[in-house]
Ligand binder design. Structure first.
Ligand SMILES: *Cc1c(COP(=O)(O)O)cnc(C)c1O
Length: 461
């Protein structure tokens, strides 16, 4: 199984190399050279069994199936629910796929738990150590900290904007107690953290010296791991029943994973609606074919405050008939001018891929949280509410609606209380979170200082 770049010029690599690299050297994203065909999940097959089969198919010869199974068993043994991604019914013809039973209560755990196992295994085998650096607006940092805590071959450096993540989000990052997890609170915003990470990758000398790697939304291992719950949902709801997935979206990794599951034969058909907040970049992209750079708006669903959905590039690559040159040209134009338009021929194919997007206003999101608890007695997080609100207004096509619940309500208690007047407690397994000691270091928006701190950890200085 080989992986090629969406920009067409990077040499093909195997699964492990693609995952450890993150971005391809030509600036593109890795995708399988051809889609493996995988038999659908069977009712009664456990999550770990399905994950092992699916991830083995993506790994090809790079990992033997017994190794993949061991990695999956360790990764998914950390979930509080035995099904890992259980379904609950929200209404007639509407189910919620709960993806928030991992250690940090967000769906990022599903991919991050597997990635950490994969990295530690692959690097230990190669006798290497890497520095994983990630910028976070909240959920990714916590999921990465929980997953990499105690890993033997990885130092994790998390950059979060100081005082701009929620207290619960910060606690998940800063209280692991593990000495390979390093939290840097940057006196600036998320974009500044992200820009610092990008600058570190661009500095080839520094990147080489510290063995820099990234686990952000474009890492192929994340997409591969997320395709698994689409397969288990299909099996649980009846193997040949058409499903329509409603996916709260930001960088579109989650929705892309559904598309990938379908291409690999894991779904009976494919339809996914990306539910977005007032940052309607994806809705605009699907409706007009136009991409444009702009500042993101702060909304009640902060994990989706994104104006350039990074995984869209993989969708575009498919829509363009896997023409890497066309993708490279488009993203070049975008990088130079801050705007680009998808050619008409590609838009035609894009319209036939089963994907679309719908935006929900901030007011409608809060109203949906209140309505949901009134109808079901359950509290949902604001990201999930963007999804259920979209589901409520979709035309009936006979398909069963499945909305992905991307975080636990307790991760956003302030918004839950504002929308519903109800207090939401952390699940018992996280109850000690507020009593643990927090460890983080504050930095100004000073790239050199952050770089020196990483070097100091790596050289033991
Ligand atoms: C990351 C995140 C999303 C968006 O997922 P993408 O794969 O980036 O589209 C939605 N909800 C929550 C809670 C998240 O943490």
């Amino acid at each position: 199984m080989h992986y090629i770049s969406t920009r067409g010029t990077a040499p093909p690599v195997d699964f492990v190399t693609a995952c450890l690299a993150g971005l391809a050297p030509d600036g593109g994203l890795y995708v399988p050279a051809r889609w493996p065909q995988i038999s659908p999940a069977r009712a009664g097959e456990s999550y770990i069994e399905v994950a092992s089969r699916v991830l083995s198919a993506f790994a090809g010869d790079a990992l033997d199936p017994a190794t993949v199974e061991a990695l999956c068993a360790r990764a998914y043994g950390t979930f509080a629910h035995h099904s890992v991604a259980p379904l609950v019914q929200a209404g007639p013809n509407h189910f919620i796929l709960e993806l928030h039973h991992g250690p940090t209560l967000a769906f990022k755990d599903v991919a991050m738990q597997f990635i950490a196992q994969l990295y530690d295994h692959a690097l230990s085998q190669q006798g290497q150590r890497m520095s994983v650096v990630c910028a976070t607006s909240g959920d990714t940092g916590g999921a990465a900290a929980a997953a990499f805590a105690g890993a033997s071959a990885v130092d994790l450096f998390i950059l979060h904007p100081h005082d701009r993540v929620s207290p619960v989000q910060r606690l998940f990052m800063t209280t692991t107690g593990a000495d390979n997890i390093h939290n840097f609170a940057i006196d600036s915003d998320f974009d500044a953290c992200q820009a610092m990470v990008k600058a570190m990758f661009a500095d080839r000398d520094f990147a080489g010296r510290v063995g820099l790697s990234g686990v952000n939304s474009i890492n192929w291992a994340r997409i591969a791991a997320q395709s698994v719950y689409y397969a288990t949902a299909q099996a649980a709801l009846g193997g040949d029943r058409p499903l329509r997935f409603i996916v709260p979206s930001g960088n579109m990794g989650d929705a892309l994973a559904g598309y990938v599951a379908a291409r690999c034969g894991l779904l009976a058909g494919f339809e996914a609606v990306c539910a977005v907040n007032e940052n309607r970049a994806l809705e605009t992209l699907f409706a007009t074919g136009k991409m444009s750079r702009g500042a993101s708006l702060a909304t009640p669903s902060p994990a989706m405050d994104i104006t350039v959905p990074s995984n869209f590039e993989r969708i575009l690559f498919e829509a363009a008939g896997r023409d890497g040159e066309q993708v490279a040209t488009l993203y070049d134009t975008y990088a130079r001018t801050g705007a680009a338009e998808i050619p008409a021929s590609v838009r035609g194919s894009l319209g036939c891929m089963g994907l679309s997007a719908r935006a929900v206003s901030n007011a409608a999101t809060l109203a949906e949280m209140a309505r949901y608890v009134a109808e079901t007695g359950g509290l949902i997080c604001p990201h999930t509410a963007v999804g259920t609100c979209v589901a409520r207004h979709l035309p009936d096509t006979g398909a069963v609606n499945v909305t992905l619940s991307t975080a636990h309500a307790a991760k956003f208690p302030e918004t839950v209380s504002e929308a519903t007047g109800q207090a939401v407690a952390l699940p018992a397994r996280c109850a000690g979170l507020r009593d643990r000691e927090e460890v983080f270091t504050r930095f100004g928006p000073d790239l050199a200082a952050v770089r020196d701190a990483i070097l100091a950890v790596r050289t033991g200085a």
